[in-house]
Design a protein around this ligand. Structure first.
Ligand code: SAM
Length: 251
């Protein structure tokens, strides 16, 4: 049986492709790429002679069986996405699951991923975090999702698109409130890599003042809920303290 390799590719800086990733891309029989046109230059650069086939969210279900048959015949396959780690808001889940169910070896290589890069550079709590992927595009669903996440104590990590960042920040300002620290990590590993810090209102202002900051690829991180924080349904820390003092004074 062949092996399915999961191979992360750079999220901007080509120097982040690992030696091991290069070796795998050079030796496999086939590369399954999210977008073959996008990935050809990278494959050419590393000297990969592998056959390249397209595996994206629209054909993964249908292609999986053909690829499984090739693996069963002893061919090895590397799965790559346009950027970063496959399966992380990218295709690959159907393939890996099918391989695991059928006892076909899967080897995942570690490598570039926007989540870990953003978290490790942000200076926000990383001991516990929850990756939320992209928020829903529809305003009502997005706000509902934020309502559900409002009292999550772990750091929240979102992928966001330049088209929606202003709406998302606006919704966060309203739903999550002004006390929460946010970090917007843009264009990681690239020339214009930037981290912006502040609450939702402040980030919104910053993006309005400088529309360049609305561009590019971005990861939005939100500090987790702290039980002392004021929510609309509960008295805030200050009010609770005042209440305790008053109670002590009561006969
Ligand atoms: N599989 C990829 C990974 O491992 O990070 C993520 C793929 S997802 C379709 C694309 C999203 O990842 C972008 O919209 C952005 O939110 C985030 N992203 C990818 N590259 C990035 C970068 N260089 N800087 C900031 N965010 C990035």
């Amino acid at each position: 049986t062949g092996t399915l390799y999961i191979v992360p590719t750079p999220i901007g800086n080509l120097g982040d492709l690992s030696e091991r990733a290069v070796a795998v891309l050079r030796t496999v029989d086939c590369v399954a790429a999210e977008d073959t046109r996008h990935s050809r230059p990278l494959l050419q650069q590393v000297g990969s002679k592998a056959r390249v086939i397209a595996l994206h969210e629209h054909n993964e279900q249908q292609k999986a069986q053909t690829l499984i048959e090739q693996l069963e015949q002893g061919q090895s396959i590397a799965l790559i996405s346009d950027a970063g780690t496959p399966l992380i808001s990218d295709p690959g889940y159907v393939m890996v699951r099918a391989c695991r169910r059928q006892g076909i070896p899967v080897v995942a290589l570690p490598g570039p991923c926007a989540i870990t890069t953003a978290l490790s550079g942000a200076g926000i709590a990383t001991d516990r975090f929850t990756f939320e992927g992209f928020l829903p595009a529809k305003p009502q669903q997005r706000r509902k999702q934020l309502e559900l996440l409002k009292t999550e104590v772990r750091t929240l990590v979102f992928y966001e698109s330049p088209h929606r960042i202003l709406h998302t920040l606006q919704d966060m300002a309203e739903v999550i409130g002004p006390e929460r620290e946010l970090v917007l990590a843009r264009e990681l590993t690239k020339q214009f890599e930037t981290y912006l810090f502040g609450n939702a209102e402040q980030l919104l202002q910053r993006l309005h003042d400088d529309s360049n900051q609305q561009r590019g690829e971005m990861v939005l991180m939100v500090a987790g809920f702290q039980p002392s924080e004021q929510t609309s349904d509960e008295p805030g820390a200050e009010a609770q303290r005042a209440l305790r003092v008053l109670c002590e004074e009561l006969p």
